[in-house]
Design a protein around this ligand. Structure first.
Ligand code: ADP
Length: 550
């Protein structure tokens, strides 16, 4: 495009010999120049010579002008220009027949340029030949082949041919450049249209998904946001002018978030997170719960280019969970009283020494099942507490190895009945600051699971050792194992593996989620490694006494 503009600018002064000028204009220009030549000769006192040839040449040019003006549009432009150039060369030839040709010969450049402009290479050849035939040959015939006249007339066809050729070549280059530029412009326009269409499609897709999406650049500035995310942000911006982040609350629905705690601020700091729950909205009755995830975005060179956030409205799910938790808590609570009463009366009946053996056997079945039912109700109630985020703890300095040894001993009859070899290997000093009852519950759950999910003839090893600024409990079994996808959801409430259900092993899927909550509330962590068909290893790490106290 640049190149094209340069050429157009360069050729502008030649507009009346290049491009598509009106032939009448050309002829007017030529006639004016030839008259000027005559006038300058007269002013300079140059004699016109015998035959008055210069004036005849000018008269011929005038005649051509009159003809051109009288027959407009009769011929095609190209033909008119060709005839005009020939006629003007003839006028120059006539003007050159006198003894003093002056500068008239130079005027032949004009018809030569017109020919070059109109017919390019062919025009250049025609200009040279026409000059030869109409100017050089008649001139030499009139003046003779003497040196001076030869020098005057012979270069003229060359001059005309070269002038026309130069213009033709320049115009060819300019046109090629213009064509290239126009093709480039078209390609660019097409690419821009395609890009715009793609951008619009992408924006429509971006806007139509039900998940809120936002992109941040490296500095944490917003690069893009779809309608859904905007709606989520707008929830926090009520009419009351509150400072940012407006009515945005933490997962508990009541603690206001600080500006640096909102998802976009965390993502801008380079944090990656999943299911970060926040509540947005001024009115607690209509407040919405949003689950936000963030991932760092990297460029092709692996360097960070920003972050992407995805936000989903999970209010309905949260309300449904609340209703379910309330229902489970209420039912469990209502079941506990009659169960306590049944358990109490069964144990009173079992204390009777005169009890018939058959009735005692049946009562023991009732007793076992009542205890199971009571355990289940307890687990459900604890779960309800966990949902509220409170699990009352009574921490004290306790010897983990001692508690574990006691619980393993209590599990020995079950292991024996199941044909599983249970072994314990304890550490000497393993004092932690913890709630012995709750930690005992964790041990019970892990050991009973290990026995439950290990087929007859298998082994369960329980160990406690001091390590890594804390104490670690290990429960290793040679049982049915857990598949990798199941491992990811193992600590989710009510989750049971497919293998456990297919083997019809009884359970409700609450023990591990409660164990995890208890361990984490003690500042510890619980981990599991497992292989299907080979066994599992559960590890519980609790901070050592000094650390826990701090
Ligand atoms: P429950 O045992 O009552 O079903 P838990 O929460 O204790 O509930 O365990 C959840 C699930 O994890 C179990 O149902 C079982 O599928 C799997 N699981 C737990 N411990 C083991 C183990 N040692 N080996 C294999 N699977 C296990």
């Amino acid at each position: 495009m640049e190149e094209n503009a340069v050429w157009q600018r360069a050729l502008r002064p030649f507009a009346w010999v290049s491009g598509d000028p009106d032939p009448r204009g050309l002829q007017v220009g030529f006639f004016v120049l030839i008259v000027l030549d005559r006038l300058l000769r007269r002013a300079g006192g140059v004699p016109l010579g015998d035959g008055n040839w210069p004036l005849r040449g000018a008269a011929f040019a005038l005649l051509v002008l009159v003809v051109v003006c009288l027959v407009p549009g009769r011929w095609s432009r190209r033909r008119t220009v060709a005839l005009l150039a020939g006629a003007d060369l003839a006028a120059i030839g006539i003007g050159s027949l006198g003894p003093e040709t002056g500068g008239i010969g130079l005027l032949l450049v004009l018809p030569a340029l017109w020919l070059g402009n109109e017919f390019r290479l062919r025009g250049a050849v025609a200009a040279a030949l026409a000059t030869l035939g109409l100017v050089t040959v008649p001139g030499l015939l009139a003046h003779g082949l003497e040196g001076e006249w030869l020098a005057r007339f012979v270069p003229l066809p060359i001059l005309a041919g070269l002038g026309a050729l130069a213009l033709a070549a320049g115009l060819d280059i300019a046109e090629a450049a213009q064509r290239r530029a126009e093709a480039g412009e078209h390609r660019l326009a097409r690419a821009l249209r395609a890009l715009e269409a793609e951008r619009q499609t992408a924006q429509e897709v971006f806007d139509s998904v039900d998940v809120g999406l936002m992109l941040l650049d490296r500095e944490g500035r917003r690069v893009g946001m779809n309608r859904r995310y905007e709606e989520c942000v707008n929830l926090s911006l009520s009419d009351t002018p509150l400072p940012w982040p407006g009515d945005t609350f933490a997962a508990d629905g009541t603690t206001r978030l600080r500006p640096d705690e909102v998802p976009s601020a965390r993502a801008a700091r380079g944090e990656e997170f999943d299911d970060y729950r926040i509540w947005a909205g001024a009115d607690p009755r209509t407040r919405r719960c949003l689950s936000v995830s963030a991932r760092r975005a990297t460029g092709p060179d692996g360097k960070p280019v920003g972050a992407a956030l995805a936000c989903t409205d999970i209010t309905e799910l949260m309300r449904a969970l609340e209703v379910k938790d309330e229902f489970v808590a209420t039912v469990s609570h209502e079941l506990r009283t009659p169960l306590t009463s049944i358990a109490g009366y069964v144990s009173i009946l079992l204390e009777d020494a005169d009890l018939d053996a058959a009735i005692e056997r049946k009562l023991r079945v009732v007793d076992r099942n009542t205890k199971r039912l009571t355990g289940l109700v307890e687990a459900l109630l604890q779960e309800a507490h966990l949902v509220d985020g409170v699990l009352p703890l009574a921490p004290c300095e306790m010897d983990l190895a001692g508690v574990v040894a006691e619980r393993v001993r209590a599990a020995e009859p079950t292991a024996m009945a199941s044909g599983v070899d249970l072994e314990y290997d304890g550490a000497s000093a393993s004092v932690v600051l913890a709630d012995p009852e709750r930690i005992g519950q964790v041990v019970d759950n892990l050991v009973s699971n290990a026995i439950k999910y290990t087929p007859r003839g298998g082994r369960v090893r329980v160990g406690v050792e001091c390590c890594d600024a804390g104490v670690e409990l290990r429960v290793v079994d040679t049982g049915i194992g857990i598949s990798p996808p199941d491992l990811e959801r193992l600590f989710t409430r009510f989750f049971r593996t497919r293998a456990a259900m297919e083997a019809a092993i009884q359970g409700v899927g609450l023990g591990l989620s409660i164990a995890k909550a208890i361990v984490e509330q003690h500042g510890g962590r619980i981990e599991v490694a497992s292989e299907v068909g080979r066994g599992s290893e559960f590890r519980v790490w609790l901070p050592a006494l000094a650390q826990a106290a701090a």
